[in-house]
Design a binder for this molecule. Structure first.
Ligand code: ZN
Length: 210
């Protein structure tokens, strides 16, 4: 076993042993609080281990340094490596903080880019695709302020009101463009299977009641 695997396996073992101890005590004391404390305890288990595994995955991809110059995907001109930029990667398994990645800049078309973000499929705010899907799904179901609480309550997914609003609006706008394209082609649009489709539904409902 390599060092990382060893670390992760030890983390899982420590959590399992900790939980089993709590369970034994709880049962010996006559199950105070019913199943609830145990259910909560197990539900919240492995949070740090799962985050560690995501971090390990990102670390294995690397910080995205690909030499002093790299071609811009928009304009095709070269941009220069100007240093590393640190950010938080937002996933449904928790925020992964302090992730460093190489930053390229100066191709001439404005802005810069980070190859690591492109590889991981992150948006400009560091949200992963799964995070965007889940968060926008919650954002479609009601007020944005409620959504972040609901996400935490139901799945221990950590986010903020502003992230919910931002992601849902973006997914909604994207879905609207998609829908317009379909409608222009004469395709009847009547089903909403993906979260972004539901985002549109939500926006339409909101506009209808405004
Ligand atoms: Zn460019």
């Amino acid at each position: 076993m390599d060092e990382l695997t060893e670390e992760i396996v030890q983390g899982v073992r420590a959590e399992v042993e900790g939980i089993l101890q709590v369970v034994t005590q709880w049962a010996q004391q006559g199950a105070p609080g019913g199943l609830e404390p145990i259910e909560q305890k197990i539900r919240e288990a492995f949070g740090s281990v799962r985050q560690r595994m995501v971090r390990a995955a990102i670390e294995q991809v690397g910080r995205g340094y690909e030499g002093p110059w790299q071609k811009c995907q928009r304009c095709g001109k070269l941009g220069k490596y100007v240093g590393d930029r640190t950010h938080t990667v937002w996933t449904v398994l928790g925020p992964i903080r302090g992730v460093g990645r190489a930053y390229y800049h100066g191709c001439g078309c404005g802005g810069g880019w980070m190859p690591q973000d492109q590889k991981l499929g992150l948006d400009a705010a560091g949200h992963s695709l799964v995070f965007r899907q889940v968060v926008s799904l919650a954002g479609c179901l009601g007020p944005y302020e409620k959504a972040s609480e609901t996400l935490w309550e139901m799945g221990r997914i950590f986010t903020s009101h502003t992230a919910v609003e931002h992601v849902t609006e973006q997914e909604g706008a994207q879905a609207e463009r998609w829908l317009k394209g379909r409608e222009q082609k004469g395709v009847l649009v009547y089903y909403f299977r993906e979260p972004s489709r539901r985002a549109v539904n939500f926006r339409r409902r909101e506009q209808a009641t405004a």
